[in-house]
Design a protein around this ligand. Sequence first.
Ligand SMILES: C[S@@+](CC[C@H](N)C(=O)[O-])C[C@H]1O[C@@H](n2cnc3c(N)ncnc32)[C@H](O)[C@@H]1O
Length: 308
Amino acid sequence: MNKFFNPLSYSLISQKPLRLTDVFGWHGHIPFAFAVTEMLRPRLLVELGTHKGDSYCAFCQAVKSLNLDCLCYAVDSWKGDEHAGFYPKEILKELRSHHDPLYGSFSTLLEMRFDEAVSRFSDGSIDLLHIDGLHSYEAVKHDFDTWLPKMSRRGVVLLHDISVRHQNFGVWKFWEELKENYPNFEFIHSYGLGVLGVGEELSEDIRAFLSMDKDYADQVRSFFSALGSHAAQKHLPENIEPIKAELSKNSENTDKYNSYLLAFAALDDSEEVKRQKSKSFSYQPKISIILRYGSCVSYRKMLKSLPS
Ligand SMILES: C[S@@+](CC[C@H](N)C(=O)[O-])C[C@H]1O[C@@H](n2cnc3c(N)ncnc32)[C@H](O)[C@@H]1O
């Protein structure tokens, strides 16, 4: 039987991100960066497109916290591009001042074009590749096709910006093609993140993550979206820890049920839930936990989907 994917089993999801700059496009995916690093436990991790390092430093933070035996590489010209904008040399200097003392023992910033860096890696060696360079269809297809042979048998590729359809962004279009050929999962929030299992021997945790049924996948999507918005606002742990404590007291909770609860809990109070809270319903205890701590814009839909 397939392992069941339980987001709560990943110890890092409630960690505070140590690097949040004004390049915020990736912030909403930081809890997932922590989780996927824990799911995969990579030995070699590469990012294409790093800019100020918000995504890359999240991966490094996870590698360091888990004490993984993993080498990490960030590849960027550190000049910018037509979508990210062009920027001065100081950006890399400032990133180094944060990165080097924390992660310099296992991580290297490669200041070069992606195509120049590729020959530094052996075929079949990269476990986790994050592609976040230029976002035109041609560029992302070129980056994926060029780096695919480097992916290991456990390999997972992440593609940012799969939800963006303006300018000449084309990751969404390339993603539509990739989805046909590999097990995958997509996040819609924070410009979208595609998760693609390209290896033939994916880890058990990754297989569980990529094979959730649709309804549960929707809950997991809301869960990480909610966590992501809190991560971006730097107040993640306060919300999560009391819920974990509360749930651990309740022996009736299943894994699946826990993550439903957390999806609620991680979201800010909506007007809908404030109204419900003020009505003093005689809910079963599990519902009152939700109302006490949580809320959700899709509140009614979530209530209906709770296991009875
Ligand atoms: C969208 S930004 C990366 C954002 C980053 N991942 C974050 O978390 O904020 C894209 C970066 O890719 C770099 N880039 C784009 N195409 C490149 C290429 N072919 N070679 C090297 N760097 C490239 C740009 O310099 C830019 O810094």
